[in-house]
Design a protein around this ligand. Structure first.
Ligand SMILES: [Zn+2]
Length: 426
């Protein structure tokens, strides 16, 4: 059962007026707990606007042209810290009529809504962004901005570029067209995530994991979630803004989390460990299937309509063969997207589980730190007493090793089974 009601009944509920404080309006409002990055981006947007004014006929020459503005940026930070939110907000500020990211002018509005003609977002369908997609994008990005300001390209998972796609991007970043800006998002600037050569051409905007208080504040202000539920969800999501919103609003997300947090007390033997592994994998598969099913169907229907069903004239057989090729192509892309969705779902479950053992470790050490999962805090404390700090740490490490193994392409089932056995043995 979802346990939000328990959180809602917590005695230390904040007074509702805490919600009314709110942040400043404008496109950066949803960038939670990132004051430093926002200041950098505001300065750059102002510099970019000044650059455009100077380029206008009859303008005074700038004292320091281009200060604070550059053509390629990398937004780094842990998942959920708001990398793509930051990139989109910056894109809006660049397209903003006043150059500030006011949030109300057409430039801001269409960029935030995803319909601005000069802002392109690349999000990988599968596990990687291919060279064809990147070449097409670079080509279009070189054109003159139709709105007279900037051509902005946002690459939401730059760590998923194939090597060839990275090279295609590098050429564009090395010799950028005068009005083109590339915004890359990646977990870090480690060479595994972004090539050293691309990194060397970009300015880095590091985002931090936002504090639970900041996440809770935005859930209350933006999404209208009750303050006590928002606080519970923000803590449980460990700084991941999107995940916190889902936990607060989606009962299914809550019951999946409950099932994950029930794992530690179910590990009573080898058989139970394998059962727990199967349950975790199957739950991730089901979650992923549900998340892509609707999109898959819609894409397939759209393609079938575009290809035109039926047809009996001359050449119909050839057209049919071509259509089947396109359908196969689509199915291949959808399969790759499903794989990625499964990995993401499994990773979320592992992060929840790691939070439980982290709570046990904190309890064993009697550290004055708030638990991640308030609703299983008593269980974690009991675990901490039984396992002591060393045992809790070994279990936490087993979860983190499982994440690393899956990241390194170990088959998820094998990695999860090994983890469950390690958690049981302790
Ligand atoms: Zn604006």
């Amino acid at each position: 059962m979802p346990d939000v009601s328990a959180a809602a009944a917590a005695p230390e509920a904040a007074p509702p007026e805490a919600a009314a404080a709110g942040g400043p309006p404008g496109v950066f409002a949803d960038l939670v707990g990132q004051d430093e990055a926002v200041a950098t981006l505001r300065r750059a947007a102002a510099a970019a606007a000044a650059q455009l004014r100077q380029a206008a006929p009859g303008a005074e020459p700038a004292a320091d042209p281009g200060a604070g503005m550059t053509h390629a940026w990398i937004f780094t930070g842990p998942p959920g810290s708001g990398r793509s939110v930051a990139a989109r907000a910056f894109a809006a500020a660049l397209q903003c009529a006043s150059g500030t990211g006011c949030g109300t002018c057409p430039g801001c509005h269409t960029t935030m809504a995803g319909t601005h003609a000069d802002v392109r977002l690349v999000a990988p369908e599968g596990l990687s962004i291919g060279v064809g997609e990147m070449r097409a994008l670079v080509l279009r990005a070189a054109s003159t901005p139709s709105g007279g300001r900037w051509q902005v390209v946002i690459i939401s998972d730059a760590d998923r570029l194939t090597e060839a796609a990275g090279n295609a991007l590098l050429k564009a970043v090395e010799e950028p067209p005068p009005r083109t800006v590339f915004l890359l998002c990646a977990p870090s600037t480690h060479p595994d995530d972004v090539s050293v050569t691309i990194r060397s051409r970009c300015r880095v905007v590091p985002l931090r994991q936002p504090a639970p208080e900041a996440v809770a504040e935005v859930l209350v202000r933006r999404d209208g979630i009750a303050p006590d539920v928002a606080r519970w969800a923000a803590a449980a999501a460990q700084g991941h803004v999107g995940r916190a919103r889902r936990l607060a609003g989606d009962p299914q997300a809550r019951s999946r989390r409950d099932a994950v947090l029930a794992v530690p007390r179910r590990l009573t033997g080898v058989g139970a460990a394998f059962d727990a592994a199967s349950a975790l994998i199957e739950s991730a598969e089901a979650e992923a299937a549900a998340s892509v099913a609707e999109l898959d169907e819609a894409e397939k229907a759209a393609l079938q309509t575009a290809l035109g069903a039926g047809g009996t004239g001359r050449g119909a057989a050839g057209a049919l063969r071509g259509a089947q090729g396109q359908l196969k192509d689509l199915e291949k892309r959808q399969k790759s997207r499903a794989t990625r969705a499964q990995r993401d779902a499994l990773d979320r479950a592992l992060v929840d589980l790691a939070g439980f053992y982290r709570d046990a470790l904190v309890a064993a050490l009697r550290a004055p730190v708030a638990p991640v999962h308030t609703d299983t805090a008593a269980l974690a404390e009991a675990g901490g007493q039984k396992w002591h700090a060393e045992g809790a740490l070994r279990r936490l490490e087993a979860v983190l090793e499982c994440r690393a193994a899956i990241e390194a392409n170990v088959k998820p089932r094998i990695a999860v089974e090994a983890m469950m056995l390690a958690l049981w043995k302790g």
